[in-house]
Structure formats: C-alpha cells, structure tokens
Design a protein around this ligand. Structure first.
Ligand code: SF4
Length: 347
C-alpha cells in the first residue's frame, strides 16, 4: 500500500472532513472541506509555510521568444494577447504597484493572510538579459511578506546564467520554475506552434535540477489539444513524471479563447472541445499515475468569461472539482495508486 493511501486511511479514521476557520462579513465561521485524494498545492504550501499564502500574479512586461521571432512568430495557437495571464488586476501598472493591487484584491476575501508568493506569469519571464530579469524581479520580491517567487517560462529560455541567479534566489526564498510543456508529442507541438521539442524540455529540467537543486519545477500540460486522444493525454503525464525530476504539475483544460489562432482550428472542424465527463475521466486516470510526492498545482482552469468560447462548463470550477472528487471516490483510487504498481511491474 502506498504511503499516500496509508496516510489517507489514517486520516479517514479521524474524519472525512477538514476544517478551516475564516472570517465572513465580520463573523468567524468554520468552513468545512472534504479532503482530497491527491496532494493539493494548498496543503503543500501550508506544510512548508505553516499558514495560508497568496500567490500574486504579476505582468513584468516580458515578451515571448515564440511571439517576437526569436524562435517563431505568432505564438502558441491557444495563447491570448496577454500571454496566458488574463486574471491580473492591474497589468499596466508598475510591478510594485501590481503587487499591492493584488494584495488589496485578495485581502477583500482573506484579510488575515500575510505571506506571499510573487508569480511572474504572463509571457516568458526569463526572456531578457540577466540584468533586466534581476531588475524586474527585485522590484517585487523584496517587499514585506514575500516568501517565494514563481517564474513562468519556456524550456528554450533558461540559459545557465539565469539558472545560476535562480540558484542564488533559493538561498533567500522559495523558488519555483513553472515550465511550460503542454504536450510531449512532436506532431501536436507542431500543430499548436509550440516551437520547442520534448527532448529540449527534458534537457532543461536536468540543467535546472543540477544548477539550482533547491528550485522546484512545476510542469504545465494541457488536456484537449487538437488531435490528442484520451490515451495520448495520459501518456503525456506518464512521460512528464517518469522522464523528468519535477516536484509539481499543473494540468490545464484547453480553453478556447477569443482572438487566438486556435479559433480557426475550431471553426474549421480540426478541434473538438472536451465534455466535462471526458475531462473528469482523463484527470482521474492522470492522477492515478502521478507519484504521490508530486504536488498537484492545478487540475482545472480559470478563464475570463467574456473571452471564453468553450468549453463553457469549465466556468463552474467547483462543480468540476467536485466531479473529480466523486469519480476518485467511486473508483476508490488516489494519486499515485497506479504509479506504484507500474514501478513494481517494471522491477
Ligand atoms: S510560450 Fe506562453 S506566452 Fe509564449 S506564445 Fe506560448 S503560451 Fe503564449
């Protein structure tokens, strides 16, 4: 029996629910959550920081090598004009101002939170000379309460000097490299104009692990890309977690957004959007093969309603999360339950 399952059983012996105290309209209330069958990022951050934290998305004004012609033009076909970061409160403001705008916004809901991760989200946040990168990061990461930095980037944009700077940062704070992969299939990669290979991804993960061993790597994958079957999506996860020493994973649902190149694929019949039932089944199959120590940073997405073409069911995020919980419960499965048996079969 895996350690995760043992812990899960032990925990179930006490309670089926987890309680958090929060304040609502000035009243202290107990919020009850059903426990999860996978290792959530919220639990992980509570483990390492000892309390709830905010992750504050920032647009630091970087471009992307896949858009500005450095490696290709036009960008990934699903990418929006904001570089896959559409939820920032004041993206035009100077970096330090964005940081405080985000805190104000989050404090409306959770006024007690005092620790922050700065998340450089939009576009490719290592696509500049090292001095420029440093200057932009340091505008936010020295502010009171910052305990870490998350950097969204691509595998073709992490030269050694940048990784060495990240290694220096790990001596000051928690560092996470959010490394876009999206698919491990070269034919899909070409279809979506990803403009880097899977081999390069594997090589970059190795370099980051060697040069900045305290930095964590979170891989991003997308479910629902054109031409990918259920089996291919599960295989994407299998390759990602077996070929790479990563500490976390984000599983996104493909959101078809307005003003993207992918809109044309959809209108010309080359793209079929997933149903909620299909998505839930894929996610559960993926969770079952992800080793239990890997942190699950995301299994749904947040798309702005006014830009979303589909799938519209994804707007009901809690319904999707509940459906995933229910399906895991129906199967009596948990994160990594099949990773363990696959390892045994190979041994
Ligand atoms: S790498 Fe990211 S920012 Fe660049 S085009 Fe693709 S999704 Fe957009």
């Amino acid at each position: 029996m895996s350690a995760f399952k043992k812990l899960y059983n032990l925990y179930s012996g006490f309670t089926h629910y987890r309680n958090y105290r929060a304040s609502f309209l000035g009243q202290s209330v107990i919020i009850v959550f059903m426990k999860k069958r996978y290792r959530t990022v919220n639990d992980y951050y509570r483990e390492i920081f000892g309390e709830k934290i905010f992750k504050l998305p920032i647009d630091a004004g970087f471009d992307c090598p896949n858009r500005d012609g450095t490696v290709a033009h036009g960008g990934c076909t699903f990418c929006t004009v904001s570089g896959s970061g559409d939820a920032i409160v004041a993206p035009e403001a100077p970096i330090r101002e964005q940081f405080y705008h985000e805190i104000d916004f989050m404090h409306r809901k959770w006024p007690e939170v005092q620790k922050y991760l700065v998340y450089f989200q939009n576009f490719t946040n290592t696509h500049a000379p090292l001095e420029v990168i440093k200057e932009r990061y340091e505008q936010a990461i020295n502010e009171p309460g910052v305990v870490g930095i998350n950097i969204g980037t691509r595998p073709d944009c992490l030269p050694d000097d940048v990784i060495d700077y990240l290694a220096e940062l790990t001596e000051r704070m928690h560092v996470t490299v959010e490394l876009g992969l999206q698919t491990t299939y070269e034919e899909t990669s070409e279809l979506i104009n990803r403009a880097h290979s899977y081999d390069l991804y594997v090589e970059t993960v190795k370099r980051v692990r060697e040069r900045a061993p305290k930095a964590e790597i979170v891989s991003h994958l997308i479910n629902g890309l054109p031409g990918e079957t259920h089996e291919m999506m599960v295989e994407n996860v299998r390759r990602c977690v077996t070929d790479n020493d990563i500490q976390g994973i984000k599983l996104h649902l493909l959101h078809l957004m307005t003003n993207t190149r992918m809109q044309r694929d959809y209108h010309e019949g080359r793209l079929k959007l997933l149903s909620q039932e299909e998505y839930v089944s894929i996610i559960c199959d993926q969770l079952e093969i992800i080793p239990e120590d890997i942190v699950i940073h995301r299994i749904t997405g947040d798309a702005p309603r006014d830009m979303l073409i589909g799938p519209m069911w994804s707007l009901n995020k809690w319904e999707v999360l509940n459906a995933i919980d229910k399906e895991m419960e129906r199967r009596d499965s948990w994160q990594g339950c099949k990773a363990a048996s696959e390892k045994e079969e190979k041994a």
